[in-house]
Design a protein around this ligand. Structure first.
Ligand SMILES: Cc1cc2nc3c(=O)[nH]c(=O)nc-3n(C[C@H](O)[C@H](O)[C@H](O)COP(=O)(O)OP(=O)(O)OC[C@H]3O[C@@H](n4cnc5c(N)ncnc54)[C@H](O)[C@@H]3O)c2cc1C
Length: 382
């Protein structure tokens, strides 16, 4: 199921099958002056169906919004074999927003078989900036300061020293190998507005300690800067053979302190951590890097990961920004939801799939339903 079924250029809507690869969709409509905005870093490999199920984000979701903002309608098959349409192409679809419930439900409410996505016009002007810093705190503080200055870049990504060097060794993207952190900021829109926003980002960056602020001179340089960012996960192999990627969100204003905690937690477990993430959204991706052949390493990796997620939640964050809950974080759900919240979610899920056949055991911990017994993690809301 990997066909783009129909593109309505005037309405800027495409109907697609769920197996269409994210990047292929934008490639297919670029000649029409359009693109599909959510761009997970995995976009060469992930599907629109998977994006719907996880409510995927991506570097360009900071201004454009995550997947849910780009899905208009869905045809779904429920666990009992019946079919339904959720949402619609009308401007304000009447009734409850079941489309919104389905997006991000991780396959627990049925299978999407046809998806109507919103397409965006390609911006007339795009500028990509690389800001480099000699302190990670300065880079993290700049993220909040740019947005506080009234600029919401289309993308605002951050990479720490170790991953910046690994990427540079891997793809020669033109990143400074001696920086403690880099920010990749993108601004788009009408030329006059973009140039004014570039000036603000330049000023705020320098005020917060940016050593250099480089604006990509042309499309080739822009593409190379983005190639570096989007190759970051592949570059990790230059540090160690294995990695465990975490996904959690913190309020942007808490980035500096939470990043400190992430490095401290990794050090306490004698692990290397690298950070490459959607900084504008406060969506951290601490990546624990290791060699799985080391005896006892998985215990340390899991303990550090658990502590990192808890630190994010304690800072007012949430369990996942975009990768979802799945099985991995299911038993941590009581850290952010109380028993009534979990019961309400379980009852909503039951309305779609009363026998629990669709992706059973994912997302909601055993005991979510009122009257069931739950294994409660330390620090849970009860
Ligand atoms: C290197 C790397 C970088 C990444 N970067 C990002 C990023 O920037 N942003 C981001 O959001 N994620 C990112 N991810 C995570 C992942 O790629 C996304 O969550 C993506 O949306 C998953 O899509 P998929 O096609 O791989 O889905 P799968 O992994 O195949 O499935 C994910 C879930 O969706 C369900 N599902 C799949 N298709 C359907 C359907 N048609 N109907 C109902 N349920 C369905 C599956 O059952 C499963 O529970 C990254 C992953 C990697 C490995």
């Amino acid at each position: 199921m990997n066909r783009v079924i129909e593109v309505d250029v005037e309405a800027r809507v495409a109907w697609v099958e769920p197996g269409v690869l994210n990047l292929d969709l934008s490639r297919m409509v670029t000649h029409l002056g359009l693109h599909y905005a959510p761009d997970p870093s995995s976009q060469q490999a992930c599907t629109i169906g998977g994006n719907v199920a996880t409510n995927a984000g991506g570097p360009h979701c900071l201004a454009a919004g995550v997947t849910s903002s780009h899905i208009l309608a869905l045809d779904i098959v429920l666990a009992d074999g019946s079919v339904a349409r959720l949402g619609g192409l009308e401007p304000d679809v009447p009734g409850l927003d079941l489309r919104g419930c389905f997006v991000g439900s991780e396959g627990t409410m049925g299978i999407a078989t046809r998806i109507a996505v919103r397409l965006q016009p390609n911006p007339p002007c795009v500028r990509t900036l690389l800001l480099d810093f000699m302190s990670i705190d300065a880079a993290a503080a700049t993220v909040s300061a740019i947005i506080a200055a009234g600029i919401v870049p289309s993308a605002l990504e951050m990479m720490d020293a170790r991953i910046t060097r690994a990427v540079e060794d891997y793809v020669r993207a033109g990143y400074p190998r001696d920086a403690e952190a880099v920010l990749l900021a993108e601004l788009d829109g009408l030329p006059a507005g973009v140039e004014a926003a570039v000036a603000v980002v330049d000023r705020v960056g320098r005020e917060h300690g940016a050593r250099t602020v480089r604006v990509a001179a042309d499309a080739a340089e822009r593409a190379l800067l983005w190639k570096g960012r989007k190759s970051a996960f592949g570059a990790i192999a230059r540090i160690a053979p294995d990695y465990y990627l975490h996904d959690a969100v913190v309020p942007r204003t808490r980035l500096v302190e939470v990043l400190h905690q992430v490095y401290e937690i990794a050090a306490a477990h004698e692990l290397i951590v690298v950070n490459v993430f959607h900084a504008g959204d406060g969506n951290l991706h601490p990546i624990l890097v290791f060699d799985a052949r080391d005896p006892g390493i998985w215990d340390r990796v899991h303990a550090a990961g658990d502590a990192i997620v808890r630190a994010c939640v304690a800072a007012g964050g949430v369990l996942s920004g975009e990768h979802g809950i799945g099985l991995e974080k299911r038993d941590l759900m009581p850290l952010v939801f109380n028993v009534d919240d979990l019961d309400a979610q379980a009852r909503l899920r039951d309305a779609f799939d009363p026998d629990g056949r669709a992706n059973p055991q994912k997302v909601l911990p055993r005991g979510s339903r009122c009257g069931e017994t739950m294994r409660v993690p330390e620090g849970a809301w009860v």
